[in-house]
Design a protein around this ligand. Structure first.
Ligand SMILES: [Zn+2]
Length: 66
């Protein structure tokens, strides 16, 4: 799975605030993502995030790459 900083991720499991779209702030062993709805940052291990990604929306694009 190819996720880059600046991409947006649509997740299968929403944030407690109800938002399911996250901006990627950092990639690596741990990903840092920010909820696009409430603005909170979350750290998620790569192994875990990959199972929960529904769609990747590349930086600068509106349409999902799928
Ligand atoms: Zn949120």
């Amino acid at each position: 799975m190819n996720v880059r900083v600046g991409d947006r991720l649509k997740m299968k499991k929403p944030h407690p605030c109800g938002g399911d779209v996250f901006d990627v702030l950092r990639v690596g062993l741990d990903f840092r993502i920010r909820c696009a709805k409430c603005g909170r940052d979350v750290m998620v291990p790569r192994a875990r995030i990959e199972r929960h990604i529904k769609q990747i929306i590349p930086a600068g694009e509106e349409e999902p790459r799928v």
